[in-house]
Design a protein around this ligand. Sequence first.
Ligand code: ADP
Length: 297
Amino acid sequence: MDTTAIRNPDIAEKVGVPVAEGDEDSRPRLDLDAEPRETVGVVAVDDPRMQAREVNVYYGDKHAIRNVSLDIGANQVISMIGPSGCGKSTFLRCLNRMNDTIDGCRVTGSIRLDDQDIADKTLDVVQLRARVGMVFQKPNPFPKSIYDNVAYGPRIHGMAADRIELDEIVQTSLKKAGLWEEVKDRLDQQGTGLSGGQQQRLCIARAIAVSPEVILMDEPCSALDPIATARIEELIDELRENYTIAIVTHSMQQAARVSQRTAYFHLGDLVEVDETAQVFTNPQHKLTEDYITGRFG
Ligand code: ADP
């Protein structure tokens, strides 16, 4: 093999050396000099709860999200899908400024929650994260009782005048999360003692307890068995009546089951977003089609 030859044809052409013969480099390439891809589909909705415009995210020198604009519609579920590493979680974390907690992470562009810019210096980020709550991949109850897990946020935010009001919030939140019947007789037991699916519903109750407008879910079922997953999916559908939900999922079936809109990310670009049925039955972009038909990812 010619030692000056390079396997990546794009780079070979740029630096004027031959393309190496032999093993073809079939890895997808991200040309960072290229313009970000234009999103196809429908970025804006009639009734947005959140609006992201030209959002870019950098981890040090790495450009992880490129010029993403997307509305999150009120009382809808939107799924973010795409191959691993394409920026789904990074984008989700922008929506309640969780990326602020990562060293070297920089976010540009604008994100509005209702009429407020969430990057506004006067905005209290603790309040923001109550309004835009988050449920993580692995259920992460606090090492406290079931009651105290749910009461934690309302206590911090001074939402209850007395124990009776706090009891009421805890009960309502557990009911909305579909967990009340299973735990009402053991509220003083450790949250970590529940099954995986119950723990995840406890985490959803904890998010609900501070009356959020939006709930972000980052692969909330990936650590759960199929029955617990079905229960959470049912719950997501019920919660949509009162909340706006953005969910990252690696399961296309889940996206198709739970969401009204689907956004397809690819190597840091938002390639396509539209009604879920449209994306899955008649994708406009070749990359989306390749992904949903299993040719890529
Ligand atoms: P996805 O959720 O689609 O799997 P991520 O948002 O986790 O993708 O990652 C997008 C890109 O950003 C990946 O290349 C990943 O390696 C990088 N990345 C994610 N988190 C960090 C971090 N904390 N520090 C540096 N790079 C990161």
